[in-house]
Ligand binder design. Structure first.
Ligand code: ISL
Ligand code: CA
Length: 545
């Protein structure tokens, strides 16, 4: 397997609007990111992924772009951005930016022009269709709306949107549009950024003819359509291959077989991907399914392509709440999940606040929420006759706002995030869970992450090691090895609220073993069995002969 800096990296995702506010307007800003870079660096981070801060009316928190060449006022301006890149590089870190090119805002000048008439030269930069029998061209739903089509009275046509009505999809069939996107990518790369996280990049190509779907609720018809690989190959040829850039594609609805086509090292498309088999198939934890997914991706990509490891981000509820235990075992469980993500094959991602074990949130009313996905869904279900309280409750676990509450810096008002009123409420648990407290406690989640990250720098086995799962079928204990050269590490995780005894695989029983890291002070063994406490995690180095 070829060695690459982006394979060895630990990436820290900054959702800047919730990170740190320096001017009291209630929104985090790029200046705030600069001020907290020493903190990020102190964790051992290699790469920062910045969520979008292009100019935007902000209906979908920056994923609805109105100008690809400007910085959103809330975030700052080009001068701060350039300073940010310089300060990141000065600290030996790299920065990747979100690239959102499946759609723009309906306020983007291209769309405003496109809308003016059927004859406008920009008409073809978006996807316009005649009504079919007086209605939408097909029965597709979008991610954030009951239909993927929006009627335009003036021109008597519908336009297509995979996300909200305010996010019309670009027409990638149009070569001029593609050229303009490549120009924009070069603009940012030439400013010195180190790559892109590519938003829903496998949605660019649309299904030919837009046929009705048998099940409109299974929106996988939006993704992975013929033509996509030609676009990405072209993007690579026109832009990416000319830079030492890291690319990670957000690629929903793919399996290892279809995913490999995006990241195969011989295909010159992308470096790595985020797939959503875990997030989409597991509303709550399912250990057996998780192991199957890990093995399938490992085998599918082995020696050919590279994966990413994450359990949460700005769209997905914080991992310790959704997949761990944030009640009795918050600290242990946060550390266990970290041990897993940082030792499974692929580049490791940390979403801001994860490193102090921040949790999801339950606000009292829909008014407290901001997420356009949740709010649109709520409106749709209530309009269909759903009981408002029941609908509200049903949306709580997966609301994207679970992970979007402000970063908890200390126990001062608004968790030290802002001197003003935050754009979304702070999680009420900030007095217990905050950075200041974590830094004062040598057993905190923070220091555990820091150690895991430093281990990755010294032990190639964590990055390049072969993976074998020794625990298939066990619902609670996950035990796997990573092996590289003559080094073998055994990772043992008890992902449950009960104690369990786990047998060491026979092959390793006679070997000496040394603890590399553990989340309980005094790991216990009994003969060839390991006595595991609830949410206990250990890594052993096995001493071969
Ligand atoms: O579950 C998912 C994947 O199957 C979704 O979370 C998916 O990742 C998501 O809806 C696509 O997200 C990205 O594009 C959206 C934006 O709202 C999200 O914040 C962004 O991460 C539209 O640009
Ligand atoms: Ca601000």
């Amino acid at each position: 397997m070829n060695k690459k800096w982006w394979k060895e990296a630990v990436v820290y995702q900054i959702y800047w609007r919730s990170f740190y506010d320096t001017n009291g307007d209630g929104f985090g800003d790029l200046e705030g990111v600069i001020q907290k870079l020493d903190y990020v660096k102190s964790l051992g981070i290699d790469v920062i992924w910045m969520n979008p801060f292009y100019r935007s009316p902000d209906r979908d928190n920056g994923y609805d772009i109105a100008d690809y060449y400007q910085v959103m006022e809330k975030a700052g301006d080009m001068e701060v951005f350039e300073r940010l890149v310089g300060e990141i590089h000065k600290r030996g870190m790299k920065v990747i930016m979100d690239l959102v090119v499946n759609h723009t805002s309906d306020q983007h000048p291209w769309f405003i022009e496109s809308k003016t008439s059927k004859e406008n030269p920009k008409r073809d930069w978006y996807i316009w269709k005649e009504p079919k029998e007086g209605r939408e061209p097909n029965n597709w739903r979008s991610y954030f709306a009951p239909s993927a089509w929006e009627w335009d009275q003036a021109s008597a046509q519908y336009y297509f949107h995979s996300f909200a009505v305010e996010q019309p999809d670009l027409n990638w069939k149009n070569p001029e549009l593609r050229k303009e996107i490549y120009r924009m990518m070069r603009f940012w790369l030439d400013k010195g950024i180190d790559g892109f996280r590519m938003d829903v990049i496998n949605l660019l190509a649309k299904q030919e003819g837009f046929p009705d779907a048998a099940d409109p609720y299974d929106i996988s018809y939006l993704a992975d359509n013929p033509g996509i690989h030609e676009y990405l190959e072209e993007m690579n040829r026109e832009v990416l291959q000319h830079y030492d850039a890291m690319t990670v594609g957000e690629i929903p609805f793919v399996t290892p077989e279809t995913g490999l086509l995006y990241v195969h090292e011989d295909r010159n498309e992308l470096n790595t991907l985020f797939h959503f088999q875990v997030a989409d198939e597991m509303a709550v934890w399912d250990m057996c399914r998780y192991k199957e997914i890990q093995s399938a991706w490992y085998n599918g990509l082995k020696d050919k392509g590279w994966n990413s490891q994450f359990l949460n981000n700005h769209d997905h509820t914080r991992q310790v709440t959704r997949y761990g235990n944030d009640r009795g075992y918050r600290v242990q469980s946060s550390k266990l999940l970290a041990t897993m993500i940082h030792t499974l094959p692929g580049t490791a991602y940390i979403y801001q606040g994860e490193e102090i074990g921040m949790t999801g949130v339950r606000f009292d009313s829909i008014e407290d929420y901001d997420d356009i996905a949740m709010k649109n869904k709520y409106a749709e279900l209530v309009e269909k006759g759903g009981n408002p309280q029941e609908v509200f409750e049903s949306l709580l676990l997966l609301s994207r706002d679970n992970s979007r509450t402000p970063m908890q810096w200390d126990d001062s008002p608004e968790a030290g995030f802002t001197a003003g009123t935050p754009w979304i409420k702070v999680n009420p648990n900030y007095k217990d869970i905050n950075v200041k407290k974590a830094l004062e406690d040598e057993n905190s989640v923070f220091y555990y992450y820091k150690k895991l990250i430093s281990l990755r720098k010294e032990n190639e086995v964590m990055v390049y090691g072969d993976y074998i799962d020794w625990s298939e079928g066990d619902e609670h204990v996950y035990m796997y090895t990573r092996s590289y050269g003559d080094v073998t590490w055994l990772v043992v995780l008890n992902h449950s609220d009960q104690t369990h005894t786990a047998a060491i695989p026979e092959k390793f029983q006679s070997l000496d073993k040394r603890i590399v890291i553990a989340n309980y002070p005094d790991p216990q063994s009994e003969g060839d069995g390991l006595s595991l406490q609830p949410h206990e995690a250990r890594i052993y180095e096995l001493k071969m002969g």
